[in-house]
Write a protein that binds this ligand. Structure first.
Ligand SMILES: O=C(O)CCC(=O)C(=O)O
Ligand SMILES: [Fe+2]
Length: 354
């Protein structure tokens, strides 16, 4: 199939086979809510977030998931500032356990995921990286906003349409199933976020290497809220190397993150600390864990970076989409026709250089 040209028209052309676009109600953040027109009010069918950039509509959270959030956080946070430059609030949990499990299943079933591959060049040597986890991202940096009318990015100051080519990627508005938790987190933490990055660790073989999220497009000392849903995983933290080589650089701290937990990383944490989710050997639950981070990107470079590394850049729309298959209990490649996906291939686990 020919690649779609990267023009604004192509960007906002309606997706090919979406038959059930009905009663569209523009939402504040640029996506559109659709409801079946003939559905009686008591139907179980949930409204959905839709947008030309979504591979498929994304169901809203049911009230059974939004109402328990009203009483979150379930506990006051523990303050982790007993090491040099560390500034973290640890909500253990933020979301009560049963709601966190239900939210995990809802999001795993609803979101499009990717397995992004990219090359890095060090000197003359090129290395292929296979991101060792599923990822997806929604959001737009603060230089632009989604039009509430047609979902196109507009200049944040003038509210005029952006010049064609302003973004290489095709930014996606945050769907209701994530924006509800985002807004709740903003109120609790007195912070502002415009991005939701989602990782899905399918098993103990999925991981994220030591890195810091000290990206310049987040500003000097960013506040990042990081949620765990589903299986528990160890979160390791260690200080970046310094001349004094103190113990927090050599011995990592381990936080055993459980479903519903939230870490609010703030102050100089990203500047001075690295974090990772190491691979885990042996059995343990079904291994599935979702991580959501809410962040605030300040410039277009942030938007480009987040889509490049969490959706991929094949034709601006990302690469192969994966969707959770409930019957098989696995992520499967997803095809727009709605037909059966191609068989999943097992991929070698790349070394990640984040
Ligand atoms: O999965 C996690 O808890 C950490 C994810 C993370 O560090 C990231 O996406 O930058
Ligand atoms: Fe991170």
């Amino acid at each position: 199939m020919a690649k779609r040209p990267r023009t604004l028209d192509a960007f906002f052309a309606p997706p090919p086979a979406k038959k059930q676009h009905i009663d569209p109600t523009p939402s504040e953040n640029g996506n559109t809510t659709t409801r079946p027109p003939t559905a009686p009010p008591h139907t179980d069918e949930q409204p959905q977030s839709t947008h030309p950039t979504y591979p498929f509509p994304i169901p809203h959270l049911p009230a059974s998931l939004t109402s328990p959030l009203h009483s979150a956080p379930a506990t006051p946070p523990q303050v982790l500032n007993n090491h040099p430059d560390l500034d973290i609030l640890y909500y253990k949990p933020y979301i009560p356990a049963r709601t966190a499990t239900a939210l995990f299943h809802h999001l795993r079933r609803s979101l499009p995921f990717y397995r992004v591959e990219y090359t890095i060049k060090r000197g003359t040597i090129e290395t292929e990286v296979n991101t060792p986890r599923f990822t997806t991202v929604f959001g737009l940096d603060s230089s632009a906003v989604f039009s509430p009318h047609d979902g196109k990015p507009l200049d944040a100051k003038t509210r005029n349409p952006l010049a064609p080519g302003s973004y290489r990627c095709r930014p996606r508005p945050i769907p209701q199933c994530l924006s509800h938790l985002l807004a709740h987190t903003e109120r609790t933490t007195d912070s502002k976020f415009n991005f939701a990055l989602v990782n899905y660790y399918a098993s103990g073989s999925d991981s994220i290497a030591f890195h810091s999220d000290s990206e310049s497009f987040l500003g000097p000392d960013p506040t990042i809220a990081s949620f765990t849903l589903g299986s528990s995983r160890d979160f390791l933290l260690k200080h970046k190397p310094t001349p004094s080589n103190h113990s927090s650089e050599t011995k990592a701290m381990k936080l055993p993150l459980a479903s519903g937990d939230m870490l609010l990383m703030k102050g100089q944490t990203q500047r001075h600390w690295l974090h990772s989710i190491p691979k885990r050997k042996g059995p343990g639950g079904d291994g599935g864990r979702i991580n959501i981070t809410f962040r605030r990107a300040l410039s277009k470079a942030g938007t480009e970076n987040y889509y490049r590394y969490n959706v991929g850049d094949a034709g601006g729309d990302g690469g192969q989409v994966y969707k959770w298959d409930d019957a098989r209990g696995t992520m499967r490649p997803w095809k727009p026709s709605g037909g059966p996906g191609v068989e999943s291939s097992s991929r070698p686990d790349g070394v990640e250089h984040a």
